[in-house]
Design a binder for this molecule. Structure first.
Ligand code: GTP
Length: 359
């Protein structure tokens, strides 16, 4: 079976993390995010994955190459201009000979049971089956209303509260028959959520919904991105935590060294070769990338530090993401910010007022 992952978006809401890499390569607990999705597809018997690429496509192609390293065949459908979520599928259609095919948005963390979605698809006889999840606030998503037989009745993109009649939203996980691609116009930007699916309904094409009770999170904003880290550390989603669990909820990568005079408050993940010095405090809720150094008396809490970041003596980070190779000099303090890769914050700096994860 084939899978398609939509990975062409610019990921503007995750800037600055997406300035120099596409969203699927942004690390999540020290692994490029897309690797979790490849694991999921492989677990359900997908052998070939087509990545629909546009923004920073070359970086994706270099990292995932032919897929061999991930136990899959990976091919690329490249767009010269972004074609939108349906246009991207149309652009990949020639690579899909038989159906059904599983389609994923490239920015969702989930452990959804794809076998169950496929079963719903087969039993309903639909041409398209959308996985739905229930959320508390459907006004930020695409609301999907089902009838009693599980057929999609209507779509409402980002509804206002007085339009909310259900809480089931489009999870960005679909099973499609290739015939659906014939309904997508070629060569222009088309949205699958706003254009293609509503048109299928209008034309009487059967579209089903499968309500999943699994873990699901769209990681596309800073607060959700941090949340995804904490959910993995709390093992609320069934994905492995990298490293060896040396004591409950403390994971150490190879060569990680922690001074006996340092304090670790779980949950914490330390990447390979991390060094935590005397008097430093790390945690709770911290992920430190490979080769991070936390110097004497420095502290980090509710924070994600990319590889080779350095916290100088007495520096403090909380509720923040420091992208790779950021350096905080002695006494610098970061609270509630996303900091771009390679930044250097001088002695005692306390930047304020930049956008960051909400508290
Ligand atoms: P924002 O700029 O922060 O909204 O992020 P985004 O560009 O990723 O957009 P959005 O989260 O709405 O996209 C949902 C999924 O569709 C993501 O996995 C995107 O990579 C993907 N996507 C969005 N637009 C395109 C496109 O034009 N082409 C391709 N191939 N994928 C797209």
């Amino acid at each position: 079976m084939k899978g398609i992952i939509l990975v062409g978006g610019r990921g503007t809401r995750l800037r600055p993390l997406t300035f120099f890499r596409p969203k699927p390569l942004v690390p999540l607990v020290n692994r490029p995010f897309l690797e979790y999705q490849l694991d999921l597809l492989r677990r359900y018997g997908v052998e070939e994955v087509i990545l629909c690429v546009n923004y920073q496509a070359k970086k994706l192609m270099r990292h995932f190459a032919d897929g061999n390293r991930f136990g899959l065949t990976i091919r690329y459908a490249a767009e010269q201009e972004p074609l939108g979520t349906a246009g991207a599928l149309k652009n990949a259609a020639a690579m899909v000979d038989t159906g059904p095919v599983i389609v994923l948005n490239g920015d969702i963390l989930t452990d959804v049971d794809l076998e169950q979605v496929l079963r719903t698809h087969r039993e309903s006889g639909a041409w398209a089956t959308l996985t739905l999840v229930e959320v508390d606030d459907p006004t930020r998503y695409g609301l999907v209303v089902l009838d009693r037989r599980g057929r999609v009745q209507r779509f409402l993109e980002k509804p206002s509260w007085d339009e909310v009649t259900a809480r089931t939203v489009n999870a960005g996980i679909y099973v499609l028959e290739p015939a659906v691609f014939d309904y997508i116009p070629a060569g222009r930007e088309v949205s699958v959520e706003r254009e293609t699916y509503p048109q299928l309904l209008q034309r009487g094409v059967p579209v089903s919904g499968h309500v999943a009770r699994s873990y699901w999170l769209d990681i596309g904003t800073p607060d959700k991105y941090l949340q995804a880290h904490w959910d993995i550390l709390e093992q609320r989603v069934s994905v492995p935590v990298p490293g060896r669990e040396v004591s409950p909820r403390l994971w150490f990568g190879q060569g990680a060294e922690v001074s006996p005079q340092a304090t670790l408050i779980p949950p914490v993940v330390l990447g390979e070769g991390v060094s935590v010095r005397a008097g430093a405090t790390v945690g709770p809720y911290c992920v430190l990338g490979d080769q991070v150094t936390v110097r004497e008396e420095a502290s980090a809490a509710h924070a994600v530090l990319g590889r080779r970041c350095v916290l100088g003596r007495g520096a403090r980070v909380q509720q923040a993401v420091l992208d790779q190779e950021t350096r905080l000099e002695e006494g610098a303090c970061v609270d509630g910010l996303l900091v771009a890769a390679g930044s250097v914050l001088g002695r005692g700096t306390r930047p304020a007022g930049l956008p960051g994860p909400p508290r």
